[in-house]
Ligand binder design. Structure first.
Ligand code: NAP
Length: 522
């Protein structure tokens, strides 16, 4: 297969250098990427001039129906897409479903939000405000879609969900999308775009796809365009510092690294349902997608008296995970996505080992027999549990994200504020979890860490049956976090539309202001 760009309403393959896409379990080439022939300026113009007007002419309900159609197409091709995620992403079947069904669920949620807004085209932001002696002089705030293109740059780990969670929000807001998948795992995103294009699911210019690098795209952005980026802090810094992005005040949303922490409260003692939930969710989070999840738990804090028990229980669970080629039915954890990713993870483990001792696993494959893997092949890393006995003195544990199946457990004295102080040394996170049924502990802990986090997951016996855990990003809730996590915010139901719309204050004759607020429905 050849992964090509879809620009200006047609497939683009201008030849030039082709990059191989690998199966990370076997290192076999599964496709090639044609990164040539991209003219970002024309692509952005096409989206602005064709896709934008088509979307803005629609009501929210009509855009919602388009989004529902995108979800339906992905669902129709679910089995084929799962196979691609296994081959090009190193995903187990369960990992692949997490990505692809996550995409469908998020699109479906936004389709419903659109339906609920009905025939409107303008979002009212609050009520009419009396500004003068009477309502004759009034004001209001409205939200209208920007007239540029929404550029989406995605990380390698969620080619389907990453595309869908950004596209769903932009499309509902009324902005056309130019999406760029991370090159190494782009086969899945490419196939989704191909499916949508073949079925003419979206109006011309509403969706474009860039294969390979973005070239000089950032130079062509105008002040009505936006960029939503997911990936490493390093790339985020480069985009943030780009001259055109600075000079034209281009709106930029960044979803970056995060040292997500899970805290076990003293009341969640051995044998309790909450303790079991904690172990289950931590073990799943470390190994799902081989730990290559922005929301994965990297640090665990447990009361000192529980440390040995937790080390024992977790290491038993991690040793029991069958690692190997995800195409094999009984494999529960596949390889890392690329050789570079494997190198980074190994180096990261060595760094953490300077502050923490190994409890189980080590950098590399260890002496674990990998299922269905040829000798020396694949980018594998077995699950690793480390223990840092003195978390107050640790530094790298709180600041270096190892983007793989690696977690560090640490003791604390059982005080919620002490736990909060340690967790906040992550300097801004996407999600943090606390496992407790003690309401006082929960309230103190949650309010202390809230300024440093985009989302907080409270696990306990009352929700053990229903909660999907911290790793599942819910479209109804915001995703993002301050500081190290990038300072961005996505999703959150209709809150997500803020990024793609301009909030405009209007003031004047009250009845006219009211008419303007309702303009979209007429
Ligand atoms: P990355 O290397 O920063 O790449 C992310 C994306 O940026 C890719 O599509 C990449 O394209 C593109 N890119 C690279 N250089 C660029 C440039 N100069 N201008 C514009 N785009 C550029 O990150 P990654 O390795 O794919 O992802 C892993 C990181 O993402 C981890 O640190 C993880 O924490 C973070 N992440 C965060 C979230 C979140 O929601 N907060 C979610 C997932 C991952 P190429 O692939 O073509 O280089």
């Amino acid at each position: 297969m050849l992964v090509r760009s879809y620009l200006c309403g047609r497939w683009s393959d201008a030849g030039g250098e082709r990059l191989p896409l690998l199966n990370p379990a076997t290192e076999e080439v599964v496709a090639e990427v044609s990164g040539g022939g991209v003219d970002p300026g024309s692509c952005l113009d096409y989206a602005r001039n064709h896709g934008g007007p088509a979307l803005r002419a629609m009501s929210f309900a009509e855009r919602g129906r388009l989004i529902a159609a995108v979800a339906a197409r992905i669902y129709e091709h679910r089995d084929e897409l799962i196979e691609i995620a296994i081959r090009n992403g190193g995903n187990t079947r369960s990992d692949a479903k997490f990505d692809i069904d996550g995409a469908t669920a998020t699109l479906s949620a936004y389709a419903k939000f659109g339906e609920s807004l009905g025939s409107e085209r303008v979002l009212a932001d609050g009520d009419l405000i009396q500004l003068g002696r009477s309502t004759r002089f009034s004001g209001a705030h409205i939200r209208v879609p920007l007239t540029g293109a929404a550029v989406h740059i995605n990380a390698f780990n969620f080619p389907a969900w990453g595309f869908a969670e950004k596209a769903a929000v932009a499309l509902l807001a009324g902005m056309p999308v130019v999406t760029k998948a991370a090159t190494s795992s782009s086969l899945l995103a490419f196939r989704i775009i191909e499916i949508l294009a073949e079925a003419h699911t979206l109006p011309d210019g509403v969706l474009s796809f860039i294969a390979g690098g973005v070239g000089d795209l950032l130079d062509h952005l105008s002040s009505q365009d936006v960029v939503a980026f997911t990936g490493s802090s390093e790339t985020a810094r480069r985009i943030r510092g780009h001259g055109n992005v600075i000079n034209r005040s281009i709106r930029l949303n960044v979803e970056a690294d995060s040292l997500n922490a899970a805290v076990l409260a003293p009341d969640a003692t051995e044998g309790s349902e909450t303790f079991e939930l904690f172990l289950r969710e931590v073990a799943r989070d470390i190994t799902q997608k081989a730990g290559q999840k922005c929301t994965a738990i990297r640090r665990i804090l447990v009361p000192s008296g529980m440390l040995d028990r937790v080390k024992l229980e977790l290491s038993e669970r991690l040793r029991g995970i069958r690692v190997g080629d995800p195409a094999a039915a009984d494999v529960r954890m596949g390889p890392l996505a690329t050789a570079a990713q494997q190198r980074d993870v190994r180096e990261g483990i060595e760094l953490l080992k300077s502050e923490a001792e190994l409890v189980c696993g080590d950098a590399g494959r260890g002496d674990v027999a990998l299922t269905g893997v040829a000798e020396g092949r694949g980018f594998f890393q077995i699950p690793v549990l480390l223990c840092a006995p003195d978390p107050e003195r640790a530094s790298a544990i709180h600041s270096h994200e190892v983007f793989g199946p690696v977690v560090t457990v640490m003791p604390y004295g059982g005080d919620p504020f002490q736990a909060a102080g340690l967790v906040c040394r992550g300097d801004g996170g996407l999600v943090s979890s606390v496992y407790t049924d003690d309401k006082d502990f929960a309230v103190r802990y949650v309010l202390a860490i809230a300024p440093f986090h985009g989302r907080i997951n409270i696990g306990g016996e009352k929700v053990a049956e229903q909660s999907p855990g911290p790793g599942t990003v819910m479209p109804q809730l915001v995703h993002g976090g301050p500081g190290r996590a990038g300072g961005g915010e996505e999703l959150g139901g209709l809150r997500g539309l803020a990024f793609y719309t301009q909030r405009t204050a209007i003031q004047g004759y009250g009845p006219l202001i009211e008419k303007l607020v309702r303009a979209g429905t007429q």
